[in-house]
Write a protein that binds this ligand. Sequence first.
Ligand code: KIV
Ligand code: NA
Length: 276
Amino acid sequence: MSVQTIQKRRTASAIRTLKGERPIVCLTAYTAPIAKLLDAHCDLLLVGDSLGMVVYGMESTVGVTMEMMIAHGQGVMRGSKAACVVVDMPFGSYQESKEQAFRNAARLMQETGCSAVKLEGGEELAETVAFLSRRGVPVMGHVGLMPQSVNATGGYRSLGRSDEEAEKIRRDARAIDDAGAFSIVIEGTVEPLAREISASLNAATIGIGASSACDGQVLVVDDMLGIFTDFKPRFVKHFASLAPEIDRAVADYAAEVKARTFPAEEHTFQMKRQKL
Ligand code: KIV
Ligand code: NA
């Protein structure tokens, strides 16, 4: 292989460097074909544990396993060439100890080839983030609304209106930043607080439901494509409406199968040699 053909993937530190230069573009991805479509446009692809809901129909992210994250991380890596790929650490894979976190983070990186891992948590996870960061694991943090903790915190709602709530998120973000995270997702957080945190941290902040003041944005790809439409949170924008398009395509297919108009002659093999 000649040197020129080696395509360099964006690194975690390159993502960090974009802070202050231009907004960072991120989406979630769970499969190779979607990763391939997103790769040219996104700085970062997040293999989010939202795949529990989006891909597997679970009610929360709590049931997502390491094996699921590895399988989908491998798919996203195979489908992409340029984007920095970050894989979520699932619930239960890092909270017990910093050693447990390192073991599982290393496994995600070794088995998928991803550039970094993401974990949810604030001050209580700062020691773990520092432990990983100093041992060669680039860490993306995640503060504000933390879906893995909804069983303890009481559900999905936007945060940061009361002084107490704002101070908690501020301290969490600060602690993860001090611990060496290259980037921090801020989820479901009011604009003034997201703006203040983004301006004060070294890490690049990536917002979801956290205003345009963050250093970058992320959305769940099925949400922004209008594939998942059971409900639309305020922070989601449908950049396409694929659900009705898929519905129409499948209805047409069903009608053509029943009418025997599909497959037509051009889709049919005859006895003379024909290309697949
Ligand atoms: O799991 C996920 O998709 C996420 C992003 C929405 C930040 O954590
Ligand atoms: Na997640």
